[in-house]
Structures are given as structure tokens and as C-alpha cells.
Design a protein around this ligand. Structure first.
Ligand code: ADP
Ligand code: MG
Length: 258
């Protein structure tokens, strides 16, 4: 990794997005994205609907292919994988990244504990007893140990999203991608999910998340990245972006939110 002034201070880069372009037909959705995410850093993507936040997260997880540019993922030993190299094993990359989307995507036919332990058992070949021990400890940590044998439709939306997050971190991923994980929730359920993200940050997770929750972005982000029409307009600590943005476009975006 080349390292970058943008990366979190004193941290080695986990993720490096270099000059990424993506178009759908005639529509250029990502137009030269450069982003470096340091280990233990929490980067929050903000921007209007359609600005490319989800597409960017999907290119990192290989749910979308880039048209140009590179995405590098470094493990704890500093070994770098070019995610965008066609020879790279997509499943291998995905196994290193935890993902949670807007709509709870728990498997409806599996109880909570099976949802949480599935990847450990199937992708990493962990014995069921060991995976369940880890899974139950995780559920306990998020206050849902008593729901281990319940099916997802018996849980509230907030509980389902907390289980989805537990599932995403169960394999101890190097990077977590969270895409609008509270936007489908009733307002009174948003807090419990955001509290869990704050806990993950406190425990040292590396996170890239897209959100419309500006107050949360301010509290949890090490760095806020403002995207407009597929380009990064401004990036900086939350105090800069929210209190004294340097770019007129950022000021305009934030002004319109009020
Ligand atoms: P955001 O997450 O910031 O709301 P998205 O990344 O979802 O933005 O979308 C960016 C733009 O790309 C939007 O105009 C959207 O309609 C378009 N887009 C996203 N996915 C596809 C797709 N699979 N095919 C065509 N257009 C898409
Ligand atoms: Mg989106």
C-alpha cells in the first residue's frame, strides 16, 4: 500500500480505492473515486440518494465490477490483495469482508444462531460446537442470547439488524461494510442499532458505512466523505464536514437537509 495523507493517523491502510470508475450504460455512477481506509478507522459516506454510495460499497465487495481503477485490501500482516484483479477469488475476498445492507437479509428459514454461525461453519469449516459458542457469546453481547433459537420473523426490525451485524462480524472480518442499515427501521429502533455500531468501533473494527443519519455520522465517524454524482467532493473529520465545510457543494448539501 502506498499510504495516504487521507488515512487515519498512525494506522496502516486496510482498504485502498484507487481511481475507481463505474458506469451503468451511459450513466457514469462512480467517476474516479480515491479512498484510503486505515485499520480501526470508521469512514462514513454521505451524499444524496443516487450519488453512488451503495455502488461504491458493492465494488469493494465485488457485487459490482469496476470499469477502471483498482481496489486493494490488506490483511493484518500487510499482504495486499487486488480485489479488482479478475484472477482474484471473489469468494475469498468476500470471506474477509462483513456486509450489512438496508433490508435485513437474514435467512428466514434458519434460526438466529444458525444465521450467525453459517459462514463460520460453511466458509471457514469451523466445527458447529465452536461456531455456536462464539455465536452465543456474540448474541449475548448484543442482548439477544434468548433469541438464539427464534426465526427472524419473530424479531423486531432493530433486533433483526443487530443479528445481521452479529452475523457480519462472527467471522472476525478485516473490514465491515454497512449500507444504510437503519433506513428501513422505525425511528425508535434506530438507536439500538447505532449503539451496536459504536460498540464495534470501540472494539477496533474497521468500518465503511453509508448513512443518512448525520447526527450518528458526527458521533461515530473518524472521517466523513461527501459524495456527489459519483465523485468525492470533500473528505475530513466530522467537525470539518459538519461545522466548517470547505466546499460550497458540501455546505449546500447540508443546508438542504435542514
Ligand atoms: P446511493 O447509494 O448513493 O443512493 P447508488 O449507488 O445506489 O446511490 O446509485 C447510484 C446511481 O446508479 C443511481 O442513479 C442508480 O439509479 C444507478 N444504479 C445503481 N445500480 C444500478 C444498476 N444495477 N443498473 C443501473 N443503474 C444503477
Ligand atoms: Mg444506497
Amino acid at each position: 500500500m502506498t499510504g495516504d495523507a487521507n488515512a487515519g493517523a498512525g494506522t496502516a491502510a486496510v482498504l485502498e480505492v484507487q481511481g475507481v470508475h463505474k458506469r451503468f450504460g451511459e450513466h457514469a455512477v462512480l467517476r474516479g473515486i480515491d479512498l484510503v481506509v486505515g485499520r480501526h478507522e470508521v469512514v462514513v459516506l454521505i451524499g444524496a440518494s443516487g450519488s453512488g454510495k451503495s455502488t461504491l460499497l458493492k465494488t469493494i465487495n465485488l457485487l459490482e465490477q469496476v470499469d477502471d481503477g483498482r481496489i486493494l485490501l490488506a490483511d493484518a500482516e500487510g499482504r495486499v490483495t487486488d480485489v479488482t484483479d479478475p484472477r482474484t477469488d471473489a469468494d475469498g475476498v468476500r470471506a474477509r469482508i462483513g456486509v450489512v445492507f438496508q433490508h435485513y437479509n437474514l435467512f428466514p428459514h434458519m434460526h438466529v444462531l444458525d444465521n450467525v454461525t453459517l459462514a463460520s461453519r460453511k466458509v471457514f469449516g469451523m466445527p458447529r460446537a465452536e461456531a455456536e459458542q462464539i455465536g452465543l457469546a456474540l448474541l449475548d453481547r448484543i442482548g439477544l442470547a434468548d433469541k438464539a433459537r427464534e426465526y427472524p420473523d419473530r424479531l423486531s426490525g432493530g433486533q433483526q439488524q443487530r443479528v445481521a451485524i452479529a452475523r457480519a462480524v462472527a467471522t472476525d472480518p478485516e473490514l465491515l461494510l454497512l449500507d444504510e442499515i437503519t433506513s428501513a427501521l422505525d425511528p425508535q429502533l434506530v438507536g439500538e442499532v447505532l449503539d451496536l455500531v459504536r460498540e464495534l468501533k470501540a472494539s477496533g473494527s474497521t468500518i465503511v458505512m453509508a448513512t443518512h443519519e448525520m447526527s450518528f455520522a458526527r458521533r461515530v465517524a473518524d472521517r466523513v466523505v461527501y459524495l456527489k454524482d459519483g465523485a468525492i467532493i470533500e473528505s475530513g473529520p466530522p467537525e470539518q464536514i459538519f461545522d466548517r465545510p470547505e466546499r460550497a457543494e458540501t455546505r449546500e448539501f447540508l443546508r438542504r437537509l435542514h
